[in-house]
Design a protein around this ligand. Structure first.
Ligand SMILES: Nc1nc2c(c(=O)[nH]1)N[C@H]1C(S)=C(S)[C@@H](COP(=O)(O)O)O[C@H]1N2
Ligand SMILES: [Mo]
Length: 250
C-alpha cells in the first residue's frame, strides 16, 4: 500500500508533463509570431502573444458619420512621381483613370487570377468607420468601403498550406499579415473613403485596411497579393529590415 504513493505521484507527474507538452505544441502556432527568436523583435512576440490570446476575432470599435475627422495623408501620396519599380506602370494606369488596373492574387491558392476594380466592386462589400492610428502619433477617423479580404481569398480558394498573406504596392512596399488578420471581418480591400472613390493620396485605386494594427500595416496602392506558406520578411522593402515591427497590434 505504502509503495503506491510514489508510483502514483510519478504517474501524475508524467501525465502532467505530457499534457504540458501537448499544450505547448497546441499553443505554438497561434502565440508566436514568425519573427520569434529575433532578440530585436521581442516586442512583436509579447504583443502578438497577448493579443492573439485575448482578442481572437474581436472587432475594433466602429464609429458613426458624426465622428469623422480630417484625415492627413502620410508616406507616399503619389507613386507616379516617384522613382520606384512600379512608378511607370502606376503613371500609365493613373492617366487612364485606373481603367486598366488589375490586382493579381496568387501563391498558395487553388485558382490564381487577377481582379479588375469593377470585379472587386461586384463582390459583397462592407463599409466601416474606424480610427486609424499612425506610429507618428496622430489618429483620424475615416469611413472605408471595400470588399473583405476574406471574400477575395474565398474566391481564389486558400490551399491548406496557406499561412500568410503578402502585399506588394506600386511604391514597392512589401508587408504581410497572418491568416487571423487576413480573414478578420474588418480587414478590407478598400476602394472607397468617406463615400467617394479612394483618393489618390490615400492609396488609389485600392488599399488595405487592417484595423487591429497600426497605420503602416494598411498598405496603400495595392498591386499584388501573394498567399505564402512561409513567413517572408519582404527583404529590403519589408518593414523589418527598415526597422519597424512586423506585428503592431493596437
Ligand atoms: N504603399 C504605401 N502604403 C502606406 C504608406 C506608404 O507610404 N505607402 N504609409 C503608411 C502609413 S505610415 C500610414 S499612417 C498610412 C497612412 O494612410 P493615409 O495616407 O491614408 O493617411 O498608410 C500606410 N500605408
Ligand atoms: Mo503611419
Amino acid at each position: 500500500m505504502k509503495s503506491n504513493g510514489p508510483i502514483t505521484r510519478r504517474r501524475a507527474i508524467i501525465a502532467g508533463l505530457a499534457s504540458l507538452g501537448g499544450l505547448a505544441l497546441w499553443k505554438t502556432p497561434r502565440e508566436l509570431p514568425p519573427t520569434y527568436g529575433n532578440i530585436l523583435r521581442m516586442g512583436d512576440t509579447f504583443t502578438y502573444a497577448a493579443q492573439r490570446a485575448l482578442l481572437g476575432d474581436a472587432l475594433v470599435k466602429e464609429y458613426t458619420l458624426a465622428d469623422l475627422t480630417s484625415f492627413p495623408a502620410t508616406g507616399t501620396v503619389d507613386p507616379a512621381v516617384m522613382d520606384r519599380s512600379g512608378s511607370a506602370d502606376y503613371r500609365r494606369l493613373k492617366d487612364q483613370g485606373f481603367a486598366g488596373w488589375q490586382l493579381s492574387v496568387e501563391g498558395r491558392v487553388a485558382r490564381p487570377r487577377t481582379f479588375s476594380l469593377n470585379e472587386l466592386k461586384a463582390l459583397p462589400s462592407r463599409t466601416q468607420i474606424t480610427r486609424h492610428t499612425c506610429e507618428e502619433g496622430w489618429t483620424a477617423i475615416g469611413q472605408w468601403t471595400g470588399v473583405p479580404l476574406s471574400v477575395v481569398l474565398d474566391a481564389v480558394g486558400l490551399l491548406p498550406s496557406a499561412r500568410f498573406v503578402l502585399f506588394r504596392s506600386f511604391d514597392d512596399w512589401t508587408d504581410s499579415i497572418d491568416l487571423l488578420d487576413a480573414l478578420h471581418p474588418q480587414t478590407l480591400l478598400a476602394y472607397g473613403m468617406n463615400g467617394r472613390d479612394l483618393p489618390l493620396a490615400h492609396g488609389a485605386p485600392l488599399r488595405l485596411r487592417v484595423e487591429r494594427q497600426i497605420g503602416y500595416k494598411s498598405m496603400k496602392y495595392l498591386r499584388r497579393i501573394i498567399v505564402t506558406d512561409e513567413f517572408d520578411d519582404g527583404g529590403k522593402d519589408g518593414n523589418i529590415q527598415n526597422g519597424w515591427a512586423w506585428y503592431t497590434g493596437i
